[in-house]
Ligand binder design. Structure first.
Ligand code: AMP
Length: 536
């Protein structure tokens, strides 16, 4: 027997229409390059987004055509987010932090047809423009200066647009694409569908996930080119939340000023951002009046427990989450389950430092060599995942199909430990685990413990070839400005928390740890740099 319900498509067209119809008065505030604030309403957003969609149609955009963006987080990027898929195109957010040659490679691989670019990013575009054949390039005049010759004006495109007639869209049509930022290897394209984005948005809005609601003011710090700012702009549009976009100003002081002036209640970013913000707050604890219910979503790399504790002292809640480009990205979010209410606050911190539990419709398992690892809080295995917003392949890269198991799970490349309550703890990337004398050592655990030392700003632990033990851990440490610590002091700090063989054999003090474009530590570079440290 079939059900009698409508087969209503899950498309972003509905999200846009809803945003315009129900939430016209909601506000969108963007910090511009000159630090002034650009303010408009969802009513303006709706009108302009439909105008952009109509203009794209008039340009001859065909179903599935890719439209690239090279933009910071602001109102015009949000317009592109909805207009391109609603016009049946595919939003392709280019990562402006990559090397220009890599951006060109990605734009060519995706066969991007049009480009929308911020005027302040034209110097970057100039570096790879000759390598890519965009048919048309539209420039968003964020600075208010005239658009230079050879480019078209985004504002003129919008104001000259005729009526938008929403095309029929199948919920499984492509809506957006992102390339993995990858710590190794060439970037790989993931193509999201209308359906996957809509379901991801619905899950994100649930209270046990991010609980993003109409009453929130969202500040997406994570760039809109990094897994669609973790999908938050779509979720915000769906629920009509106010949005405060930081534009290109991602330093702690500007962000905290924005939090204060716009009364931000939900924000999302990588640990590096939060560590910077924490230091600013510690330096001037009275300076900012922040919202009491401010939640800060931390993902992209592990949130150190010491950081979660430190923010608690300011009454600010860090929500730890885990995800990947391939998982849209929401794969797990941390909240204290009711059955854990009886835990001491110490034990609750240990839970909050885990990456969380999967949201509805996402399933995870950890696979060891011998089969599925038990959920016992100690057995490790490769984290595998499946669900309606998990990729089932890469764009035009059939050779990468070994990333999926024969029974249809995505192999994340992360090593995790599941506990009996269903919390995921990421121990490492497979390639970052340190194998010493046949025993595994989690670099992430050591790093989190190192940054809890008051003098340490950042730490990376890598496995380095060793004549006797195959590999031994070596810590690479950045000290806070004006602070000092010796290698022995740091080892003494770690000693009570770890087995002796886990303690790094060497500690190297450096000025900075190399990072990827999305803020992940580039351990491959460090491994190369220190490869001969124990083998002379
Ligand atoms: P990306 O696709 O660039 O977002 O990178 C995804 C990878 O980032 C994951 O496979 C993890 O290795 C890492 N990652 C993301 N979130 C976390 C987290 N909360 N803790 C530890 N690693 C994380």
């Amino acid at each position: 027997m079939q059900g009698t319900m409508m087969n209503f498509p899950l498309t972003l067209t509905h999200v846009l229409e809803r945003a315009g119809r129900l939430y016209g008065d909601s506000q969108i505030v963007s910090r511009l390059p000159d630090k002034s604030l650009h303010c408009h309403s969802y009513r303006d957003f709706y009108r302009r987004t439909r105008a952009l969609a109509g203009a794209l149609q008039a340009l001859g955009l065909q179903k599935g055509d890719r439209v690239a963006t090279l933009m910071w987080n602001h109102y015009a990027h949000l317009e592109a987010y909805l207009a391109i898929p609603c016009a049946s195109g595919v939003l392709h957010t280019l990562n402006l932090r990559l090397h220009p040659d890599d951006i060109a490679f990605i734009a060519n691989h995706a066969r991007d047809r049009f480009l929308i670019v911020d005027d302040v990013l034209l110097p970057l575009l100039e570096k790879f423009k000759t390598q890519v054949k965009f048919e048309r390039i539209f420039v968003v005049p964020l600075t208010g200066k005239p658009v230079p010759d050879g480019y078209e004006d985004y504002e003129k495109l919008i104001s000259g647009s005729t009526q938008f007639v929403a095309p029929a869209i199948d919920e499984n049509d492509a809506a957006g694409m992102c390339y993995t930022s990858g710590t190794t290897g060439k970037p790989k394209g993931v193509v999201y569908t209308h359906r996957s984005i809509v379901l991801h948005s619905l899950a994100t809005a649930t209270v046990d996930c991010l609980g993003l609601s109409n009453r929130d003011t969202l500040c997406p710090i994570v760039p809109m080119f990094h897994v669609n700012a973790w999908g938050t702009p779509f979720t915000a549009a769906m629920v009509g939340a106010k949005i405060a976009f930081p534009g290109p100003h991602l330093d702690a002081v500007n962000l905290l000023d924005l939090y204060e002036s716009e009364k931000v209640t939900l924000s999302a970013g990588v640990p590096t951002i939060w560590m910077g913000m924490l230091q600013a707050l510690q330096k001037e604890p009275q300076r900012w009046k922040l919202q009491a219910n401010l939640r800060m979503v931390c993902g992209g790399a592990a949130a150190p427990e010491s950081m979660i504790r430190a923010f608690d002292q300011f009454g600010l809640r860090v929500i730890h989450g885990w995800g990947m480009t391939e998982t849209s990205p929401l794969g797990a979010v941390n909240y204290i389950k009711r059955e854990l209410d009886g835990l001491s606050s110490e034990d609750q911190y240990a839970v909050r430092a885990k990456q969380g539990v999967p949201p509805p419709f996402v399933e995870v398992r950890t696979m060891a060599e011998t089969g599925e690892a038990p959920w016992d809080g100690k057995s490790m295995g490769e984290l595998q995942i499946r669900g309606p917003w998990v990729a089932s392949g890469y764009h035009e890269l059939p050779a990468e199909s070994d990333k999926w198991t024969s029974d249809g799970w995505f192999r994340t490349g992360d090593i995790a430990i599941m506990d009996a309550h269903g919390y995921i703890k990421i121990a490492d990337r497979i390639k970052d685990l340190v194998k010493s004398g046949g025993e595994w050592i989690s670099s992430v655990d050591l790093e989190n413990a190192l940054v809890a030392h008051p003098a340490v700003q950042e730490a990376a632990v890598i496995g380095v070839p060793h004549p006797k033990w195959d590999e031994r851990p070596l810590a690479v440490v950045v000290l806070k400005p004006g602070q000092s610590a010796t290698a022995d002091a740091l080892r003494d700090h770690l000693a009570p928390q770890f087995a002796k063989f886990w303690l790094p054999d060497a500690v190297m003090f450096v000025d900075a740890i190399p990072k990827t474009s999305t803020g992940k530590m580039l351990k491959a570079t460090l491994r190369e740099q220190f490869q001969n440290h124990f083998i002379k």
